[in-house]
Each structure stands twice: as structure tokens, then as C-alpha cells.
Design a protein around this ligand. Sequence first.
Ligand code: AKG
Length: 293
Amino acid sequence: MVDGLIHQSSEGTIVPGRPSVEQHLKAIDEQGYTVVTIEPELNRRLVDTVRRLEEELDVQPKMNRAEGYHTKRMYNLLAKDRVFWEMPVHEQVLPLATGVLDKWALLSGTTAMNIGPGEDLQGMHTDEGNITLPRPHRAMMVVTIWALTDFTADNGATRLVPGSHRADREPRPDEIEDAIAAEMPAGSVLVMHGGTWHCGGPNATTDQWRIGANIQYCLGWMRSQQNHYVGLSADEVAAMPKRLQQLLGYGLYKGAMGHVDGVSPGAIVGAEATTQRAYQYSETRSIQGLRPA
Ligand SMILES: O=C(O)CCC(=O)C(=O)O
């Protein structure tokens, strides 16, 4: 696959060129996913850091089907190394997440998944599976799977079912009949509607580790999958760029939701960029402008 292509269709055709944000959003709307490409230099730093941290932290498989028996997983990446700060705000990726959700979207989680030889199919699921609303519904989450090494059908490439974001139910774990393997070279990012059926693939190789990362977003009023408020130190948050602080929920949703005693969480941890008082938009007796832009 070449730089910037929308992912191959189920027939294997490839859309050439460098699609615009609108074309990517159309692809996500129609087929449930698209693929963008990041800079090889960033990809190298990310994969080197994952490998180094796995050694330093002695990361071992968590020994259950969801997390794997031959898969090394690390959560809470932003607290582990600042190179990961570049992922949630990446200019190829964030506009797609906010385009599908909205500008108030939050970061829901950051996870590295290194699928080792002998791993089984993870089990088909969606990241919206805990949401108790009748399907199909609008995207509540956006899932981005970063291929930090080459993803192949043999070494555990993510499996996904095109069009399944429109299905009226969640998948069964072994329901893989219509799944395709998201084969993509290192440096590609699969961007999916949160309702798209997917899972980590089985790794049939004897010697290849497939390193991916899931950078996941959700609507601004939802509970995120991973809890960043206690997962990150106040000093680390204060050192982050404003957009990342906002994605972590240190600002206020629509100027009101998420406040702590009348101020944003950013004010509590000393993060100047997201220091804000709640309800500032209503500081007028006029009925005009009651809502923030
Ligand atoms: O590793 C992958 O390709 C997908 C992992 C996944 O979907 C998950 O852990 O929820």
C-alpha cells in the first residue's frame, strides 16, 4: 500500500492518491474505516520506545483472551514516554476523530499491543460494546490502530468487517466470516468508526512480533475507557500542549461539564492553558449567547 491511501476494499482494490479529510470521513461513514500514513521518523521513535519500555518494565502477556496469551500490552502510554504525546494530536489522525465525533471529543485510551508468535484471534468486538444503546447509532468512539511494524495476515494484522458499523448488533467473538485483514506497512494508521467490528488477528508466524497501538477517542460527555485523571501526574499534564490537555478532559465540555468546584480540572492541576471557570458563557443577563461557540 502507498502513502495516504484509503484502505483496500473487500475486493482488494486500492484507492490511489492522497485523499482529503472529507474523503477519509466519507470512507469511514460508508465502510467504517480508512487508513492514513504518518512520518517514518515518528514511527521509528514510537516503535523503538515501545520495545525499550517492554524491556525496562518487563511487560508480560496478561493471560486472558481479550488481552492475549502471547501479546504484550501497555496502557496509559502518555505517562510512560513523551513521544506518545505526539499520537493523539497527530495532524493526520485528530481531524478524522473530531470529524466523526465533534470538536469536544476526548481521548479515551492509549494502548500498545505487541502480538507475538502463536497468539490466537483476539475475539471480534467493538470498542463501543459497553454502550447500552440500540445499534446502529452514531459513532460514540473512534478507534485508531497504528501499525508500528508491518501488519500482515500472517502476523496478526487487525481483522475488521467492512460496513459493520451499520450492523444492528455487536458481533460474537468468533464471528469472522466477513472479516478482512488490515494488511498495512509500518507507519499506517487504521481509523475506524467505534461501531466497526474488529479484533487483533492470530499470529501464525514463528518469529514475528506485530507491534500496534490503539489511540482511542470518545464523545466529550462519555466516560473514557482509561482514566487519565489519576493515570497522569499534575506536572506531566501541566507540561502538555493545550490540545492534548483538552483531549484528556482538563478543559470543560461545552464550558460546563466536568468542573471541579466551579473551575476546570486544568485549574486544579496548574495547567494554565486549560484553566477556565465554569459557565463563563452565561455571564450576561442577556438571553443572547447563552451557549459557547
Ligand atoms: O491489536 C489489534 O489489532 C486490535 C486490538 C483491539 O481491538 C483491542 O485490544 O481492543
